[in-house]
Design a protein around this ligand. Structure first.
Ligand code: TYD
Ligand code: MG
Length: 453
């Protein structure tokens, strides 16, 4: 019987130490060390002694043969898009997200269209009955879908060996344990080792394995960062419980581009694809109200129109408040300083609240100008032109800087019936003219904003 000892492992990067540390010397995270019990390894034979493994073989590049990998379509277009065109056999895909966002629902729905392929759904969180009830609700009745309620990885591996599935779902990795590892399910060592074992299984047998993982309060997938390095693809499922739609985002993909998103709406019958996200995000616009402007942002290769909202009110107690939802707080402060300096807006005496409507988060600097326009609109209490979209990054000097993918942004605005599109002047010459749309170029922030009033 192996002796056990205690070690401390960093939740963020997986580094370990015999003592608890307040700050991880490896990744710099604070209070990330957790206690773990490990079985001590038998003393290694003389260091440097060769193991019994056969010698490594090297292969010249031009002798490596690559069979054309055929991707398996999931039947859900939005899902295929984030995967880079479908599932690659032999790959391991991590699906992360907050509890209740719809990870299990997505996995179950995927099984409908995978049709006659043998599928194995391993559930460590829910009973077979619960899975069945959800499947019934979603109308999933694929006969080739096999269920396994098990958390012991050895038994799961045996089952995979017996039923030889093409696609496996492990829901969730935090509930799975390997009996040889002493620490509790969900601990860093368990999560890491179990993923490594699943990874080998996927590669050796050419099975695609979806691993569902929870996300910590800080927004990272629970378990060490190394988990994200190990797998081939990392998908993040995001969305507010209070909002109906969900965004599936690729944060890593060895077989496709990152930053792709798929948009879904959670309904009675499960997740429904949203083919036209711009229309959805703009659907609740309050036409004619001040403090609103529309921008075209890029999510991966896809342009999406979003509404920037601002509320500017006189400060009642001393220090003015600033709040940003869905938009970077520091960027908001920068924009306010620019507006104060270049347009002479006395924002120091006003509270400013900025929100990107619909609960989306944008990191794209091209929305700067729309946020600035919304602030000016609320300050002046004059609505912007509801048929105008405004794109551009704002620099510290009050200049409007060029942005990438202007043509797709402009095309999206035109498609949704916008009649005016204000953009950086440098970008204007690069876009294709479209009938019925007036493209305006601006050099400087006041000029750009005034173009939408
Ligand atoms: P679930 O897939 O269980 O979330 P996760 O696996 O990420 O924890 O979905 C949870 C939520 O989705 C739950 O609050 C109920 C809701 N839901 C619907 O609104 N419609 C449906 O058809 C289903 C199956 C779930
Ligand atoms: Mg679940």
């Amino acid at each position: 019987m192996a002796k056990t000892r205690t070690k401390y492992v960093c939740n963020e990067c997986g580094a370990s130490s015999p003592r608890w540390l307040g700050k991880c010397p490896n990744c710099g995270a604070w209070e990330s060390y957790v206690e773990e019990r490990v079985a001590s390894e038998p003393p290694a034979k003389a260091r440097g002694a060769r193991s019994s493994a056969t010698s490594a073989s090297v292969t010249p590049l031009n002798e490596v043969t690559v069979e054309e990998t055929t991707r398996i379509g999931t039947g859900i277009q939005e899902f295929d898009r984030v995967l880079g065109g479908g599932i690659i056999p032999g790959s391991i895909i991590l699906v992360g997200g907050d509890p209740g966002v719809g990870k299990s629902t997505l996995m179950a729905q995927m099984c409908t269209d995978l049709g006659r392929r043998t599928l194995l759904y391993v559930t460590g969180e829910e009973s077979l009955r619960q899975v069945k009830l959800r499947a019934e609700r979603l109308g999933v009745d694929t006969p080739s879908l096999l269920l396994l309620a098990e958390t012991n990885l050895e038994l799961i591996t045996d089952a995979i060996g017996t039923v030889r599935p093409e696609v496996v779902v492990v829901d969730s990795i935090q509930t799975i344990y390997h009996p040889r590892i002493e620490s509790a399910p969900g601990s860093v060592s368990q999560v890491r080792e179990c993923t490594a074992m699943l990874m080998r299984l996927a590669k050796d047998r050419g099975i695609a394995i979806f691993v569902v993982g929870h996300v910590t309060k800080e927004g990272a997938i629970a378990g060490p960062k190394v988990l994200e390095h190990m797998v081939d693809t990392v998908l993040q499922f995001e969305g507010e419980r209070t909002h109906l739609y969900r965004i599936l985002r690729t944060t890593k993909n060895r077989y496709g581009s990152t930053n792709e998103i798929g948009v879904f709406e959670m309904s009675e019958k499960g997740l429904e694809q949203v083919a036209n996200p711009s229309a959805l995000f703009l659907s609740e616009r309050n036409y004619g109200a001040s403090g609103s402007a529309v921008a075209a942002t890029m999510e991966g290769t896809r342009p999406i129109l979003v509404e920037a909202q601002a509320l500017v009110t006189p400060t009642s107690y001393g220090v003015p408040q600033r709040t940003a939802t869905g938009f970077d707080y520091k960027r908001l402060q920068m924009l306010l300083a620019v507006l104060e300096k270049r347009l002479g807006l006395r924002l120091g005496e006003h509270d400013v609240f900025v929100n990107i409507a619909g609960g989306v988060r944008v990191d794209d600097p091209a929305v700067d100008l729309s946020v600035a326009a919304a602030i000016v609109s609320s300050f002046r209490e004059i609505p912007t032109d509801s048929r105008a979209a405004i794109i551009g990054e704002v620099g510290l000097g009050g200049e409007i800087r060029g942005v990438a993918h202007v043509d797709s942004r402009a095309a999206e605005a035109a498609k949704l019936g916008f009649e005016t599109v204000v953009m950086p002047l440098v970008n204007l010459k690069k876009i294709a003219r479209r009938e019925g749309v007036n493209f305006l170029g601006a050099v400087e922030v006041a000029e750009g904003i005034n173009a939408v009033f």
